[in-house]
Design a binder for this molecule. Structure first.
Ligand SMILES: CC(C)(COP(=O)(O)OP(=O)(O)OC[C@H]1O[C@@H](n2cnc3c(N)ncnc32)[C@H](O)[C@@H]1OP(=O)(O)O)[C@@H](O)C(=O)NCCC(=O)NCCS
Length: 150
């Protein structure tokens, strides 16, 4: 299993995975293939490949002193097998490598992933509203990772 940086040859693969992030009746940024291509060109999209199959995707954006997870998805055929955790662990390693203070993310309530992020060591830091949709904000502090591995 490995995680690779997506390049333009992976557009269809990334697009297929991104489609699993679509919410009913909501036109989001990632709902447009040209935007997915744009994100790939910024070099911040990563794909998890296992036994020759692309099974998951994570997008990491570097914002000031923090790393942000902009997209995270595991193909529905391969969920609940630990791959989501592998992708989040990758983000944590990137956080350490880039000397970021922590990882932040926003997640729309419709995704129902509160337990997943809490299980990954994130804490809820706030709640907001975007385009009439409610979201939760989560944060993971670097110290938590360092304390776990030492
Ligand atoms: C959220 C998501 C990435 C998790 O991926 P996954 O590969 O199924 O997660 P894992 O198998 O690594 O799960 C890790 C732990 O979280 C738990 N977990 C996973 N998804 C969960 C969920 N939706 N609700 C509650 N717990 C969950 C697992 O049971 C596991 O706990 P355990 O180790 O105690 O058994 C995947 O469900 C997904 O792609 N969902 C659709 C897109 C999405 O919601 N993305 C996040 C929006 S920002």
């Amino acid at each position: 299993m490995n995680i690779i940086r997506a390049n333009k040859s992976h557009l269809n693969t990334a697009w297929k995975l991104m489609q699993q992030l679509f919410l009913p009746n909501i036109d989001c940024y990632w709902c447009h293939k040209d935007n997915v291509q744009r994100e790939i060109l910024t070099q911040r999209v990563f794909l998890l490949k296992d036994k020759g199959v692309y099974k998951g995707l994570i997008e990491l954006v570097y914002v000031g002193e923090h790393l942000q997870i902009w997209a995270l998805v595991v193909d529905s055929k391969y969920r609940k097998c630990g791959l989501g955790e592998v992708l989040v662990d990758f983000a944590k390693k990137e956080m350490v490598r880039g000397n970021f203070k922590g990882i932040s993310l926003l997640t729309m309530l419709q995704y129902r992933v509160t337990k997943f992020y809490e299980r990954m060591g994130f804490i809820k830091t706030g709640r907001g509203q975007y385009d009439n949709r409610a979201y939760n904000e989560y944060y993971f502090k670097k110290e938590k990772y360092e304390n776990n591995i030492n």
